[in-house]
Design a binder for this molecule. Structure first.
Ligand SMILES: CC(C)(COP(=O)(O)OP(=O)(O)OC[C@H]1O[C@@H](n2cnc3c(N)ncnc32)[C@H](O)[C@@H]1OP(=O)(O)O)[C@@H](O)C(=O)NCCC(=O)NCCS
Length: 174
């Protein structure tokens, strides 16, 4: 990763920057995210980030530049059922102007470190089949394709497919 970018646990004060980031990424023509401009409000995001303090089963990380500008977000939540509490689902995004500099990889490394610390042994995620940058990032990091979920998400009035990917923590990440 570029020396300038630091990954740290997210704080409630990151809410506005995260919402701005999500809106910008959501509006990209690539259609990478489930949501577009209607991502959650700053208030909802702040409440979510505050609630993380009381929930050891979830976490969020920010990637920030030295001046404090946030250029990446990753969040994770472990499954609620005790039988699958060793599994956590994640989502991430990096500002378009700061991609291909290792920020996504650094956020994934923070996720695997968090997982190792709380007893999560499997990370999973969904990615749209057309999202070649994300597929390349995840496969390069060691995630493998576990399934193909047809018409799994409703997105802008359309049912779209998603690839389910997973990584056993500590086994193959870079
Ligand atoms: C996918 C995403 C998170 C990658 O973040 P990033 O910071 O650019 O990732 P990295 O710089 O760590 O990339 C690591 C490797 O992944 C692969 N990769 C990443 N972007 C790629 C691209 N556009 N084309 C091909 N390979 C790519 C490369 O192997 C890259 O290594 P390299 O740059 O040395 O060749 C970023 O493109 C993004 O935020 N996209 C929009 C939101 C999104 O799709 N989120 C994921 C939803 S499931």
């Amino acid at each position: 990763m570029s020396d300038e970018v630091r990954v740290r646990p997210a704080e409630p004060g990151d809410a506005a920057a995260f919402v701005q980031l999500a809106r910008a990424v959501g509006e990209e023509p690539g259609g990478w995210l489930l949501g577009t401009s209607e991502w959650r409000s700053v208030g909802d995001e702040r409440r979510y980030l505050k609630a993380l303090r009381r929930h050891p089963g979830a976490a969020a990380f920010a990637a920030e530049l030295p001046g404090g500008r946030v250029v990446g977000r990753l969040s994770l939540a472990r499954e609620g059922h005790p039988a699958s509490a060793h599994v956590a689902d994640l989502g991430l995004m990096v500002d378009a102007g700061h991609r291909r500099r290792g920020v996504g990889t650094a956020l994934l490394q923070a996720a695997t470190a968090w997982a190792g610390g709380v007893g999560v042994t499997k990370l999973e995620l969904h990615v749209f089949p057309w999202n070649e940058p994300a597929l390349a990032l995840y496969e390069g990091f060691g995630f493998v394709r576990e399934g193909y979920r047809r018409r799994h998400y409703r997105r802008q009035g359309e049912e779209v497919d998603a690839i389910l990917m997973a990584l056993f923590v500590g086994e193959s990440e870079t």
